[in-house]
Design a protein around this ligand. Structure first.
Ligand code: BYC
Length: 313
């Protein structure tokens, strides 16, 4: 039988995607699809791993035993999400060592939000509430992705992230019922996280590099701006219902569209932060390098055990 041409394989691949079928490891796929997926999944995995740090810092100081337990569980969940996602990227032929090297040398990107400081307890609540809400909206979309292993990882991750939102909201709602200093602390955290969280959904569609191709092959099923608008529409009424201000005097419900209008973030700041020049990039990578170095003996012990395990006949 004659070998299929690239065009024929591409047409079959696109027809499968149009029918809503999942592409699985080992199936034929265009190199650009694979490249785009590895990029987005590894960036996502790194975000989960580095994302443990801003909140993790508060574990020793969490106000009370229950808050501490919940925060430990949340941070552990993020580590698990990172592992699931590294595994999904490995199914596309990218090794974990290579991904780790790219993270530790600063070559790889991870979500901008994790390069901002967490000076107060309210930051923990606001990350869980605002950042995880933005993440879940994006990840619910990514659960529809055309690549099977990524879609399945997203489904599992979304369940856990939804719980993270509840713990964040509960922490902020408690501060909202507190004394004026507690309310002020929560408002200050909302003010500082608002724009970084808007940036988390990615640059505007007109300057996004990868969206067109990602949409064509259903790696993403919504654009960055659609995801960001969903976030704003959901979160603005919640912020106001707790009696806090949205730190944007030009944020209002546009009756004509049914969507909230909002001021665009400083996109130059996003570019700087994701390229290594945010307030905490150096600190975050230094911690990851130290942890990686300290874990060398574990990786070596595992590798030695695997090489000694007799293969099944
Ligand atoms: N941050 O063409 P574009 C969590 C990069 S963790 C950093 O629009 P795309 C949590 C982008 O990578 C989960 N980089 O790209 C954990 C690209 O760079 P490269 C966080 C960004 O991929 C702990 C370039 O800019 N979620 O929830 O179509 C505690 C051009 O952008 C960002 C994810 O990681 C950004 N905000 O769309 C609490 C989701 N925006 O690759 C919570 C997975 C853009 O050309 N990622 N860049 O060097 C995505 O969904 C997509 O990659 C994005 C960007 C929507 C972020």
């Amino acid at each position: 039988m004659q070998e299929k041409t690239h065009e024929q394989k591409l047409a079959e691949f696109e027809a499968r995607i149009a029918r809503g079928e999942k592409i699985e490891p080992g199936d034929w796929m265009p190199d650009e699809y694979k490249k785009n997926l590895i990029r987005i999944i590894s960036q996502h995995a790194h975000s989960e791993i580095v994302g443990q740090l801003p909140e993790g810092k508060w574990i020793p100081y969490a106000p009370g035993f229950r808050r501490k337990l919940t925060l430990i569980a949340k941070v552990q969940d993020e580590a698990g999400h990172g592992q699931l996602l590294y595994r999904a990227a490995e199914t596309l032929g990218k090794s974990r060592e290579e991904m780790m090297e790219e993270l530790l040398t600063g070559k790889a990107k991870y979500a901008n939000v994790f390069n901002y400081p967490t000076p107060t307890w309210a930051d923990v609540g606001v990350i869980g509430w605002l950042v995880d809400t933005s993440a879940v909206i994006n990840q619910t979309m990514l659960a529809q992705t055309s690549y099977g292993p990524y879609a399945r990882a997203m489904k599992r991750i979304c369940y856990e992230e939804s719980f993270h939102i509840k713990q964040g909201y509960d922490a902020v709602a408690t501060l909202a019922r507190g004394i004026p200093a507690q309310r002020a602390m929560a408002q200050d955290a909302i003010n500082r996280w608002w724009y970084p969280t808007l940036m988390m959904s990615g640059p505007p569609d007109k300057i996004s590099v990868h969206t067109d191709q990602a949409m064509r092959w259903k790696i993403k099923t919504k654009t960055n701006e659609q995801v960001r608008q969903e976030f704003v529409d959901l979160i603005v009424p919640q912020i106001r219902a707790l009696g806090f201000d949205v730190p944007d005097t030009n944020c209002y419900l546009d009756e004509a569209t049914g969507h909230y209008h909002y001021t665009q973030p400083d996109w130059e700041e996003l570019r700087r932060v994701v390229n290594g020049d945010g307030p905490c990039n150096a600190e975050r990578l230094a911690v990851r390098r130290k942890v990686h170095e300290e874990g060398t003996w574990v990786r070596e012990a595992l590798a030695a055990k695997q090489s000694k395990t007799p293969k099944a006949a």
